[in-house]
Design a binder for this molecule. Structure first.
Ligand code: HEC
Length: 152
């Protein structure tokens, strides 16, 4: 056999083998008591946007696409979710200190204004998660109200 053939077979075996090493899924059956709605009023339309565009990486529940079990993509996805949740978790927001809540709202506003969120690698696969101008304005107006609510 040629070296190339052997190389391809080895690669195939590795690809098949790594399919069996799946990262833990970000899916919590327990309702969280520290969700953002426990500390600030979250209107339904705002909730719907957050759910659709942010929750996959910033909550305790990810809606996994069919290809989510394919490696090495699944590891990559798990890493994004872990990083995203560590920075901001809408299901834990109510447990943050007031100071942290205020600073998070500020960075959320910034991430919407500079359109850095949702991540481009995500919107590429989830076109429907891109925030429209109307969504952006709704979120930013809501953040202003929420910041006043918290600083009271
Ligand atoms: C594909 C996963 C993913 C989605 C979807 C996503 N984010 Fe993120 N987000 C991340 C990751 C990963 C980080 C941490 C690394 C970074 O800052 O790039 C992050 C960081 C952030 C931060 C910075 C937090 C800090 O304290 O610096 C904010 C704010 C944020 N995201 C807001 C949002 C908002 C708002 C949405 C929805 C409109 C959203 N993200 C959607 C993955 C995601």
């Amino acid at each position: 056999m040629s070296r190339i053939k052997i190389g391809l077979i080895v690669l195939l075996v590795i690809l098949v083998a790594i399919q069996f090493v799946q990262p833990a899924r970000n899916q919590s059956v327990q309702a969280s008591s520290g969700g953002i709605a426990s500390v600030i009023n979250v209107p339904e339309n705002v909730q719907a946007i957050l759910q659709n565009s942010c929750h996959d990486c910033h909550s305790n529940n990810t809606r996994y696409p069919w290809y989510a079990t394919l490696q090495p993509g699944a590891w990559w996805m798990a890493w994004h979710i872990e990083e995203g949740k560590a920075e901001l978790n809408f299901d834990e927001f109510g447990n943050y200190s007031k100071r942290r809540q205020l600073s998070k709202l500020k960075v959320i506003k910034g991430s919407i204004e500079d359109e850095s969120m949702p991540l481009p690698s995500y919107t590429y696969m989830h076109k429907g998660s891109i925030l429209s101008k109307t969504d952006q304005k709704l979120l930013i107006d809501w953040i202003e109200i929420a910041r006043n609510e918290i600083s009271k």
